[in-house]
Design a protein. Sequence first.
Length: 288
Amino acid sequence: MEHPLLFPELPELLSPARIRQTGDEPVWTENKAQLVARYLYYFAFITRHGAYIDGFAGPKRPDHPSSWAAKLVMENEPRRLREFFLCEIKARKVGYLRELIGQQPRDPGRTIELHEGDFNRSIHEILASGGITDKKATFCLVDQFTCQCRWDTLKALARHKAPGSRKIELFYFLATGWLKRALPAFTRNTHVPEAWWGREDWRSLVDLGPYSLMEAFRVRFEKELGYRYVAGWPIYQRQRQRGKIMFFMIHASDHPEAPKQMNRAYRNIMKPRESEEQMLLEFPELAE
Ligand SMILES: C[S@@+](CC[C@H](N)C(=O)[O-])C[C@H]1O[C@@H](n2cnc3c(N)ncnc32)[C@H](O)[C@@H]1O
């Protein structure tokens, strides 16, 4: 007899070989942007509106626009997300973002702000501008390379809305695949990993394996940032036969639907997206 999962919305961490036995494909690094966009499709279906903040928005691979999260999210249909805040520090990448914004159809109901500079500064301008109200469903993508997002930035995001409101939802990239090599390389600019981890004991992370590293962050998202639902989703490198985990995407939300929809996005990433009609069969109360 099959046992139902105790917490079906939490990720089941399977090796790629086991995932194949279950019939699911693992999520490969090149599908990361699709995963973000697919989740945002479900998010906006349920919230019917929303704001999208992308802290590290420039394309990693400008020659592969289909692997660019900001582009895919912006071009999701229907266009339910109304406010976009795109942040990027490198002038060349800002150029790509300008081009992307220029390609968008005219839509008076949608605003797109481009913030050039360090996200750890821009976020304070964005939050202070008054656009993200307590009632506005808001999602923030933190697609850093390694240690670029300060812990203080996560605190500002988590504390922005009044107590009792649903906090700004987060997708946080944790580069477990290369942190073991990257962290010891900080011999001079030690303030960088310290600000990223937000504590002086960042060197202790070097001894942790990928799952323990993810768990160390996951617990802090719950306990220190106060998110109700936090889970780490593994993203695998396809080239390695055994499928090394390159990073975890830590998803933090206060909305009870969020982990279920994330599970749906992760497991169905290689399958065609459900139509609005199919989604409405599941959520008839959302019919307009
Ligand atoms: C991993 S890439 C983002 C990939 C992108 N999300 C995609 O889907 O292709 C990280 C981006 O963040 C930018 N970046 C690095 N440090 C930053 C900072 N402190 N503030 C804002 N952007 C930063 C880099 O220039 C780079 O374009």
